[in-house]
Ligand binder design. Structure first.
Ligand code: UD1
Length: 425
């Protein structure tokens, strides 16, 4: 079983380059099946989730050339299957991002339910609500845990869709489906994340007519056909935030290159409240936490432009080390405190009021322990905690980390971390 071993590392120092955003690249790749022309996606990180998406697209008929580092060339001359592979879908929830493009291009998509969840409840009810509004029929086969979404020969038809919650994935799926629908689609209470804008930019390069992506009301005029594109993914704002926190928790200083400061404004704002010094420079974001008394602050996660839920667990690891105590509120996901148990194994003493609120006492001297990466971002939190804990922290289930952080161990090592990966997957 592969593991990451981290020792107390002292202040991290140096420069690090952020990779292309996982959460952009997955929908950008899914969008390529909207056309039979060649699409080239650049700055693609080497991640397990990207490999899964490539496999899914291949099963639909995509021909993929990924011989060049960081570049994926995809051509899907024809769709040969519209059925999502059960194992791949179970492995990665973002497989459902292929539903919108498949429906628009092929008129039908059959998807195993991610994680065996029932329809009508979380997590894909908003996606399905959008497809229905565009004229698709949704059928659930509970016995085989499959959902079929299909549209008649008349194709999809634009409509106004109100999202009860600004779901990132539902906005992306509806956006992709609506590009080829007849007439106008309006998504109200749409998600405003930078990854939505990135996807809209790629789709517009392909010939789509999308306006005001990045606001809570997106307008899409359907077109008959989409063409190919060359598109570079935006840098990963969660990876950027993770390195901001790596500097903060180790009381080090790091220059983070290839970061878009505007995308991490809430993370920088909260770190500044903790008295971390952050300087946005032409060459990158410089974060300096050396020789400063860092203090507690409360956190509340929100859809963009609020503080991202994906940074909540790494931020919590940092808060265990500052002066004073903090309250962390998670409002986006119902159960995103699994890292609390793991941080407590390291001496954090965090208490949870319910699944939405945690009290984090500061000033803790964490100690190394055997912990689990319970999910992707929780795994990053364990690594950050391990950098400042006494002794060795042994992190298992690191496949979660490798789903979303490109060369995390290598990048941290280059900043002076005492960290290594052992064992085989
Ligand atoms: C995306 C990101 C993930 C991030 C999340 C929130 C990708 C690949 N993943 O996930 O890293 O944590 O945004 O910023 O981009 N919901 C429903 N019904 C739905 C869909 C969602 O109730 O049909 C709920 C979810 O259960 C959750 C909330 O909405 O409580 C947010 O989910 P959503 O924005 O859809 O997240 P994802 O797109 O899955």
């Amino acid at each position: 079983m592969a593991k990451i071993l981290v020792n107390n590392s002292g202040p991290l120092h140096g420069e690090v380059k952020v990779s292309g955003a996982k959460n952009s690249v997955l929908p950008l790749l899914a969008a390529t099946i909207l056309t039979d022309k060649l699409c080239v996606i650049e700055d693609v990180p080497n991640l397990a989730d990207v490999s899964v998406m490539k496999e899914i697209l291949k099963k639909y008929g995509a021909k993929i050339d990924d011989s060049e580092d960081g570049v994926i060339k995809i051509n899907t001359p024809e769709i040969i299957s519209c059925v999502g592979d059960k194992d791949l879908v179970q492995e990665m929830r973002a497989s459902i991002f292929t539903m919108g493009p498949m429906l628009a291009r092929y008129g039908k998509t059959v998807m195993p339910l991610p994680g065996g969840c029932t329809i009508g409840k979380r997590p894909i009810d908003l996606h399905l609500k959008g497809f229905r509004a565009l004229g698709a029929k949704v059928t659930e086969d509970r016995e085989n845990e499959l959902v079929t979404v299909e549209v008649g020969p008349e194709g999809l038809k634009g409509d106004a869709i109100y999202l009860d919650f600004p779901s990132v994935g539902a906005t992306e799926n509806i956006l992709m489906a609506a590009t080829l629908a007849k007439g106008t689609t309006i998504i109200e209470n749409a998600a405003k994340e930078p990854e939505i804008i990135d996807l809209a930019n790629q789709l517009n390069k392909m010939g789509a007519k999308i306006k005001s992506a990045g606001t809570d009301m997106i307008r899409i005029e359907g077109v008959e056909k989409l063409s190919g594109c060359v598109h570079e993914a935006i840098p990963d704002r969660i990876e950027t935030g993770t390195f901001l926190l790596a500097a903060a928790i180790t009381r080090g200083d790091i220059l983070i290159k290839n970061a878009i400061p505007g995308h991490v404004r809430p993370i920088m704002a909260k770190l500044k409240e903790c008295n971390v010094d952050i300087d946005v420079r032409p060459e990158g974001i410089y974060v300096d936490a050396r020789d400063r008394e860092l203090v507690a602050t409360d956190l509340k996660t929100l859809p963009y432009p609020g503080l991202p839920t994906d940074i909540q667990s790494p931020f919590m690891a940092f808060l265990t080390t500052v002066k004073g105590s903090s309250v962390v509120r998670e409002t986006v996901f119902e159960n995103r405190f699994m890292h609390v148990v793991e941080l407590n194994r390291m001496g954090a003493d965090i208490t949870t009021e319910n699944s939405r609120e945690a009290r984090v006492p500061g000033g803790k001297k964490l100690h190394g322990a055997k912990v689990r990466a319970t999910d992707l971002r929780a795994g990053a939190a364990m690594v950050l905690a391990g950098l400042v804990a006494s002794g060795t922290t042994e992190i298992s289930e690191i496949f979660h980390i490798e789903r979303g952080y490109e060369d995390f161990v290598g990048k941290l090592k280059s900043l002076g971390a005492d960290i290594m990966r052992t064992g085989e997957n």
